[in-house]
Write a new protein. Structure first.
Length: 333
C-alpha cells in the first residue's frame, strides 16, 4: 500500500513540468501585470505526503524547489505636452516635456537618446540637451533640474515614471508656421530586443532579465511650432486748408495717419509707435487718436503722450492679425 502511494506521488511530480510546458508563451504573458511580483523574489515550496503504515502515520517531505522571479524589461516614453509647443525665431532653451516609465518588475537604469534631425519636418533645433525633473514638479527649473549624461542614467523603480525635458534653440531663420519634430528614445540599460529575449543572470537578484512586450525600448516625439508676427507701419497725410481745400499753405491742418498692421500667428511685445512733429508746423493739442478713440497728451492711463517734440502711442503686446490706426494733427506755421 505504501509503495503504491509513493508511485502515485512520483507520477504527479513528473506531470507538473509537463503542465508548465503546455502553457503557451501568450498565456504566460497574459498573466503578467505592469510590474507584478518584484524581480529577484524567491518562490519556494515543499510538498508533503502522509500515509498509514501499520497503524502509524508517516509523513514524508519532498525536496524544496526554489525559483527566482526573473526581471521583465519594459520601457515606455510619451510626450507630456498637450500639443505643439509655440516658439519664436531665435528663442533659446525651448522646452519639450516627456514622461519615461519603467513598466518592468525590477529597478532599471534607462538610457536616453534624442534625434532632433527628423527629415520630414521644417527645421532642426540646435544644442538640444536632456534634463531630468529633479524636484518632480513637472516644470523645468534652471539650476535645479539635472543635466542628463550617458554615464549617469536615471534608475527607475518598477512602475515608476520620471519627467524628462528636452531643451533646444530655435534658429533665427525660422518662419511663422514652421514645425520641428524631436524624438526621445528610452532603452533599458540591461538590454533590449525582440520580446522574450533573455539576458542570462542579468536580472535583479541574480535571475535572468527577459525583454518584455515593448522590446525594452520606446520613443515618442514632441513638436515645436513657430508662432511669429511682424509689424508693418505705413504713414499717410491729408490736408485741409483755411479755404476748405487741400492746399498746403500757412494755417492748413495736416492730419497724419499711421497704420500699424501686425501679421502672423504669434504676437509682438512692447510695441510703441512714435512720430516727431515736423519743422514749420505746430502740434494740435489733444489731437491723438487710437482706432478713432481720443487720447490725452499727458502720461496717464491711456496709451498716448506728447512730449513737446513728438507723439508716442504705446500698444504693448499685439497679436498677429491686428490693425491699429493712429492719427494726430499739426498746423502749418
Amino acid at each position: 500500500m505504501s509503495l503504491r502511494r509513493r508511485t502515485h506521488l512520483h507520477s504527479v511530480a513528473l506531470r507538473a513540468p509537463l503542465l508548465l510546458a503546455a502553457l503557451s508563451p501568450a498565456s504566460l504573458a497574459s498573466q503578467a501585470q505592469a510590474a507584478g511580483t518584484l524581480a529577484g523574489t524567491p518562490i519556494e515550496n515543499t510538498a508533503t505526503a502522509s500515509y498509514d503504515d501499520g497503524g502509524t502515520t508517516i509523513t514524508v517531505d519532498s525536496n524544496t524547489v526554489s525559483l527566482i522571479v526573473d526581471e521583465i524589461l519594459d520601457i515606455a516614453v510619451t510626450s507630456a505636452d498637450p500639443g505643439d509647443v509655440p516658439v519664436r525665431p531665435g528663442e533659446l532653451d525651448s522646452v519639450l516635456k516627456f514622461t519615461v516609465t519603467n513598466g518592468g518588475n525590477g529597478p532599471e537604469p534607462v538610457l536616453l537618446t534624442i534625434d532632433p534631425n527628423i527629415a520630414s519636418d521644417d527645421f532642426d533645433p540646435a544644442a538640444v540637451t536632456i534634463f531630468i525633473d529633479t524636484d518632480d514638479n513637472g516644470v523645468y527649473d534652471v539650476g535645479t533640474d539635472t543635466l542628463y549624461t550617458l554615464a549617469t542614467p536615471p534608475t527607475l523603480d518598477p512602475d515608476a515614471s520620471i519627467t524628462v525635458f528636452l531643451l533646444g534653440d530655435i534658429p533665427a531663420t525660422t518662419a511663422d508656421g514652421e514645425r520641428s519634430e524631436v524624438e526621445l528614445t528610452g532603452t533599458a540599460a540591461t538590454g533590449s530586443g525582440t520580446p522574450g529575449t533573455v539576458f542570462a543572470g542579468q536580472g535583479e537578484g541574480g535571475g535572468d532579465a527577459v525583454v518584455g512586450s515593448t522590446g525594452a525600448t520606446a520613443n515618442d516625439s514632441g513638436f515645436y511650432a513657430v508662432v511669429d508676427a511682424t509689424l508693418d507701419l505705413t504713414k499717410s497725410a491729408t490736408v485741409l486748408d483755411p479755404f476748405g481745400g487741400a492746399t498746403q499753405v500757412p494755417g492748413s491742418v495736416i492730419t497724419y495717419r499711421l497704420t500699424a498692421e501686425t501679421t502672423g500667428s504669434g504676437s509682438i511685445d512692447n510695441v510703441v509707435i512714435t512720430d516727431a512733429i515736423p519743422g514749420a508746423t505746430t502740434y494740435v493739442d489733444e489731437s491723438i487718436t487710437l482706432d478713432s478713440t481720443g487720447l490725452t497728451d499727458t502720461a496717464d492711463a491711456d496709451a498716448g503722450t506728447f512730449d513737446g517734440s513728438g507723439i508716442a502711442v504705446t500698444l504693448g503686446t499685439v497679436a498677429g492679425g491686428t490693425t491699429n490706426i493712429i492719427e494726430f494733427q499739426v498746423v502749418i506755421d
